[in-house]
Design a protein around this ligand. Structure first.
Ligand code: ADP
Ligand code: MG
Length: 352
């Protein structure tokens, strides 16, 4: 069993920055787990604290059944891939991959055998004698991964491993990484600031901000029902509509329209109304938000239509090309059942 359990963990740097703040988290054995959040929110620090490269100020880290909080990094059975890969430039691919085995004083023949086997499984077979400088970014990334999986670690920690790749290669590497992780079944913590990457790869996601977890859940949960407006803003390729609303006579007044309120709240309550552009559909009639089409942006398979509503608010929705309305026309956007979310005006948390 190589689950990771983190209890009341804080990591404070000598300059006083509390990069990880009283954090609780449990990651299951074999899980592919993503730490997602904006730059500076503490992702790398949390990962390095799990690896033992940073010392916890308070709280504990357990791997499997063992409390490793005071165990040195080399004895934690953890493998880490750094954002910049940190390959040894003067060593060949083969030497880079087998380096962890060399440090552990494994026999040369075994070092060679593991390097060959791992390289083959990561499509690096023909490159064993090259040096990192003679490889593409994607190949270097795979060498770094190969070096990490060459030892049978209990836990694999990946710090933005795809962020140095160009867009096309990143998609390929993403698929590759997902397959590899399922094959070897190692508990994996994957750090990214790219919400699409986290949604695509992870079994579960923790959305972080300022050293804390804002939301923990499956990709479907964090996309479909963000726990607060921070997460709502952060997740999604097209930004979620966040509009001012008021409860009036049991109904929701928003963008000049009256809609059924998704939860019962007292009259006059002011709320933030969240609805994703993907969950609004254009209808000839129906209970929805009516506005004038002001812009249309091509997103490829769909288009993002922006409506200007009577109260001045702007509402985005996506439509297929064949359903694109004319600029300047008046249309109605109807939210799908259960897709309208209400958030507190005070602290941004979800009300229903
Ligand atoms: P992320 O990986 O999410 O971008 P980091 O964990 O790198 O975030 O950083 C979290 C916070 O800790 C930031 O405010 C950053 O400036 C600070 N920080 C990171 N490393 C150090 C360090 N070695 N010394 C002092 N502060 C640091
Ligand atoms: Mg980082």
């Amino acid at each position: 069993m190589a689950r990771i359990k983190i209890d009341q963990l804080s990591t404070v740097y000598p300059n006083g920055v509390r990069a990880v703040d009283s954090l609780d988290l449990e990651i299951a054995d074999g899980e592919f787990f993503a730490l997602l959040g904006p730059s500076g929110c503490g992702k790398t620090t949390l990962l390095r604290t799990i690896a033992g490269l940073e010392q916890a100020t308070e709280g504990t880290v357990s791997i499997g059944e063992q409390d490793v909080t005071s165990v040195e990094p080399g004895k934690r059975k953890v493998a880490m891939v750094f954002q910049d890969y940190a390959l040894f430039p003067h060593m060949t691919v083969s030497e880079n991959i087998s380096y962890p085995l060399k440090v552990r004083r494994q026999p040369k023949t075994q070092q060679r055998e593991v390097a060959e086997r791992t390289a083959n499984s990561l499509s690096l077979g023909g490159l064993l004698e090259r040096r990192p400088g003679q490889l593409s970014g994607g190949q270097q990334q795979r060498v770094a991964l190969a070096r990490a999986v060459a030892i049978d670690a209990d836990v694999l920690l990946l710090d933005e491993p795809l962020s140095n790749l160009d867009a096309r290669l990143r998609l390929e590497a993403r698929t590759f990484l997902k397959r590899l992780q399922k094959e070897i079944g190692v508990t994996t913590v994957f750090v990214t600031h790219d919400q699409a990457e986290a949604l695509a790869l992870a079994d579960r996601i923790a959305v972080m901000e300022s050293g804390r977890i804002r939301q923990l859940g499956s990709p479907r949960e964090v996309f479909g029902r963000p726990a607060d407006t921070f997460v709502a803003n952060f997740i999604g390729s097209t930004p979620m509509n966040l509009l001012d609303g008021t409860i009036e006579n049991g109904q929701l007044a928003v963008a000049g329209a009256k809609l059924p309120a998704p939860v019962n709240l007292p009259d006059e309550t002011k709320v933030t109304v969240g609805v994703r552009p993907e969950y609004l559909t254009l209808e000839a009639e129906g209970q929805g938000i009516t506005g004038t089409v002001s812009t249309i942006e091509n997103l490829g398979v769909s288009s993002l239509v922006t409506l200007e509503c009577p109260d001045g608010s702007l509402v985005g929705l996506t439509v297929r090309e064949q359903h694109e309305p004319a600029i300047g026309s008046t249309v109605t956007a109807v939210p799908e059942q259960g897709r309208l979310l209400l958030y507190s005006k005070e602290d941004g948390t979800i009300l229903g």
